[in-house]
Ligand binder design. Structure first.
Ligand code: HEM
Length: 441
């Protein structure tokens, strides 16, 4: 039997299967962690579970590590292009009626092979460790700059909003060749994309850019998202034109001048390429660094172990990624009738692969609800698997490693200065605030 989460949701008055299905998609249950009660039961009793949440198209919930890996690797049997992430049925219909496609973007995660692989190849080598090594001095300098800033804050800060959000943002913007003056705008746009379910995150993102607090949205989240996509497309349309006319040594130049089958890549594909790199490239990493620091504070013996032996930093980073799992799920659609762990999946059925559940599966991890900086083995599944496995995984690991390599030797003491809070989101999520007090060298 899996370990119960600290704040049990089940059983509760009026509990029934329908409410369990609703919890799986409920952004609040992800934010307060109570979704683990459902993950735990499903992994034990119904690991391939037919789920019918109110307001969503039904799907199979895949909660065991082994099944998540199987589905992720069988890319022609379980395809991406029909349904990428869990959105309310009404929102999916609105997008289909308005854009003529179920997706606002056509980024790598929305596509299947052969086009997916042709597009991925354009930047695949760029994201390999051999190329990233060249960036290490730049990333190290950005990490040092952010740790210096933390040291200058006088011993108290909100680590999320004053440090972690800005460090990976600066790195990915340098990589894309986007000027520092546009970083606040990029941050706001990512926060609106992944944080749209959390009014605090949306309000904060407006404040970062305009200093004016929340502006009125349209009242329809899909309209807001559509407008956001237009904003992204306008911004990156100008970048494409510029890099085609004036190529530079940056990732934007590679995307803008990318060729597929002898022709320049389509505008929508190019825009979506920038968007996924710019967005997936910072929110995930900052959530992992913040959630990782929170666990070091909550587990002082783990922090002491790590400080005493910095060679453990790479394994601590892997544990932070497992613990936080900033991407909570992705969707697949069966392309044919197929069997999965004893259940018959029909062609056209959706499947939700719940990485956070896979990363707490005691069939794959000893004592999965404990945070251990020296966990070994650690086959965490937060980056996915198969042909869509995270393109930026080496970059993410490098950034988090360099941040903690800079921070830990300078940290004399650290404690929570308030209760950390998670963003209310069921797709990409993590801490939205981590108040800390500390002494630094
Ligand atoms: C795809 C997680 C950081 C770029 C993905 C997927 C996951 C993921 C789960 C989908 C995998 C699948 O469907 O099998 C993470 C986590 C990160 C992280 C946990 C940090 C801790 C980054 C960074 C970048 C990035 C830094 C840099 C640009 C991408 C791209 C894809 C992707 C472009 C699409 C790949 C494809 O469909 O071929 N990521 N990611 N990610 N990620 Fe990341």
């Amino acid at each position: 039997m899996a370990t119960a989460f600290a704040d049990p949701v089940m059983p509760f008055p009026g509990f029934d299967r329908a409410s369990e299905d609703n919890i799986l998609v409920n952004p609040q249950a992800t934010a307060d962690g109570s979704v683990h009660n459902v993950y735990n039961r499903l992994r034990d009793e119904d690991p391939v579970h037919w789920c019918e949440p109110t307001g969503y198209r039904p799907f199979w919930a895949i909660t065991r590590h082994a099944d998540i890996t199987t589905v992720s690797k069988a890319n022609s049997r379980f395809i991406n292009s029909k349904r990428t992430y869990l959105a309310p049925a009404e929102a999916e219909k609105w997008t289909l009626d308005t854009v003529g496609d179920t997706h606002l973007f056509r980024s790598l995660v929305d596509l299947d092979d052969p086009l997916h692989m042709k597009l991925r190849r354009l930047t695949h080598d760029w994201f390999l460790p051999a190329n990233l090594r060249k960036l290490e001095p730049m990333i190290s300098a950005v990490a040092k700059d952010h740790v210096d800033r933390m040291a200058a804050m006088g011993g108290e800060c909100d680590f999320v909003n004053e440090v972690a959000l800005f460090y990976p943002l600066r790195v990915i913007m340098r990589i894309l060749g986007i000027p520092e003056s546009d970083e606040p705008m990029m941050l706001r746009m990512t926060q609106e994309l992944f944080g749209a379910q959390d009014p605090d995150v949306v309000a904060r993102s407006k404040l970062i850019t305009t200093g004016a607090g929340m502006q009125a949205g349209s009242g329809n989240p899909q309209v807001d998202l559509f407008q956001l996509a237009q904003e992204y497309f306008a911004y990156f349309g100008a970048i494409t034109a510029d890099r085609r006319a004036n190529p530079r040594d940056d990732l934007s130049t590679i995307i803008a001048n990318g060729m597929v089958d002898g022709a320049p890549i389509g505008d929508r594909e190019a825009m979506s390429y920038y968007v996924i790199t710019a967005t997936a490239g910072h929110d995930t990493t900052s959530s992992t660094a913040s959630g990782g620091l929170e666990q070091l504070i909550r587990n002082p013996e783990q922090l002491a172990k790590l400080k005493a032996d910095p060679s453990l930093i790479p394994s601590a980073v892997e544990e932070m990624i497992r613990w936080v799992t900033p991407v909570k799920h992705f969707m697949r659609t069966a392309s044919e009738d197929t069997e999965l762990n004893g259940k018959m999946i029909r062609a056209g059925d959706g499947l939700g692969i719940f990485y956070w559940s896979g990363n707490r599966d005691e069939r794959a991890f000893a004592d999965p609800f404990s945070f251990k900086v020296d966990r070994s083995p650690n086959a965490q599944t937060a980056f996915g698997n198969g042909v869509h496995m995270c393109l930026g995984l080496h970059l993410a690991r490098l950034e988090i490693r360099l941040l903690f390599a800079e921070l830990l030797p300078r940290l004399e003491s650290i404690a929570l200065a308030g209760e950390p809070k998670n963003s209310i989101a069921n797709f990409v999520s993590g801490l939205k605030t981590l108040p800390i007090k500390y002494k630094m060298r």
